[in-house]
Write a protein that binds this ligand. Structure first.
Ligand SMILES: [Zn+2]
Length: 70
């Protein structure tokens, strides 16, 4: 057994496979890599959430036209 440096996945903190056989290095899997990227993108493109904003009751009412017959 060779003494290889154990690398822990930045996302799930598990031991990730060595770079030689891990294309998602230093992550353990593609999923964890996407998760980490998602966090960064989430910060950039996060939508401004409004805390329970209610609109005023201003409904456009249409007036009845005078319709006479006879
Ligand atoms: Zn992971």
């Amino acid at each position: 057994m060779v003494g290889m440096t154990a690398v822990h996945c930045p996302s799930c903190r598990k031991d990730a496979p060595p770079r030689a056989e891990n294309r998602f290095f230093p992550f353990c899997s593609e999923r964890c890599k996407l998760v980490d990227l998602g966090k960064w993108l989430g910060e950039e493109y996060r939508v401004p959430a409004r805390p329970g904003e209610s609109e005023g009751g201003a409904t456009p009412e249409k007036s009845d036209g005078g319709e006479e017959s006879g």
